[in-house]
Design a protein around this ligand. Structure first.
Ligand code: BGC
Length: 244
């Protein structure tokens, strides 16, 4: 079965049809810049544009950068506050004219990695960490997700961890890979002390450059890059329509 997967990010909104049996993208992804302030109307319009670019008629899964309970946005960190309390399932369904199901972006990326990627066949505790505009977390135990964990907001040196160790901070502060790895290492060490995972999977756009920073990390747990790299969000969003 084919499902359109859409990944709403802080800088871009990306989508492609996905074969949910194999996890393959069925066409090259479309990427449109996230509208300034990331307010509900304009973001939903971009999702509709992406669906229209594929002449899409069918289910749509959407990964969204916020905790989502039964389709409703609970909190906003890197998006407009206007989202809080909004039924995102309804908003996207109305504007695209297709049935839409919205889930947290890191959770859905984690689904893709657990089903087809770096976490496949892994029992025990697996933590997916997405490094982008913010930091997203998804925690799996024996393949089951504990949804909506928000450990990107863990305290680090008196700040939100995502304001210290997200990839956007590396770019803004022009950090060398060595300096960035040091910050990420401090973050992963905190997470390790709380959860003692068997595996960390690092996702987000920066995972493409994993060889520049993963070898510099010093944590007990195994650390691997996301196999789908930045596409985990699209594939996972599509999978999410089938239930968690
Ligand atoms: C949000 C999370 C999201 C993460 C990555 C955080 O600021 O609170 O819900 O998963 O960013 O986008």
């Amino acid at each position: 079965m084919d499902v359109l997967g859409i990944d709403v990010g802080g800088s871009g909104i990306k989508g492609a049809p996905v074969n949910i049996k194999t996890g393959e993208l069925l066409a090259e992804r479309v990427r449109i810049k996230t509208p300034k302030k990331a307010e509900p109307g304009p973001v939903a319009k971009v999702a509709a544009e992406i669906a229209a670019s594929f002449n899409w008629r069918g289910p749509i899964g959407i990964g969204f950068p916020a905790p989502i309970k039964h389709g409703v946005v609970m909190m906003a960190a890197n998006i407009s506050q206007k989202w809080v309390g909004m039924d995102a399932d309804k908003l996207f369904t109305n504007i695209t004219g297709n049935s839409c199901k919205v889930g947290n972006d890191a959770d859905v990326a984690g689904f893709a990695e657990m089903k087809f990627g770096a976490g496949k066949g892994n029992s025990g505790t697996v933590i997916m960490i997405t490094l982008g505009t913010g930091i997203g977390t998804a925690i799996f135990y024996n393949g089951h997700l504990l949804p909506n964990t928000e450990f990107g907001h863990l305290d680090m040196d008196g700040k939100d961890a995502e304001h210290r160790a997200a990839d956007s901070v590396r770019e803004q502060e022009n950090l060398s890979w060595k300096k960035y790895a040091k910050r990420l290492n401090a973050y992963l060490n905190q997470m390790e002390k709380l959860f003692w995972p068997d595996l960390f999977i690092i996702g987000g756009g920066v995972s493409k450059q994993h060889d520049k920073f993963i070898p510099l990390l010093d944590v007990h747990s195994k650390v691997v890059p996301a196999q789908f790299q930045n596409e985990a969000g699209i594939v996972g969003a599509a999978l999410f329509t089938q239930g968690s």
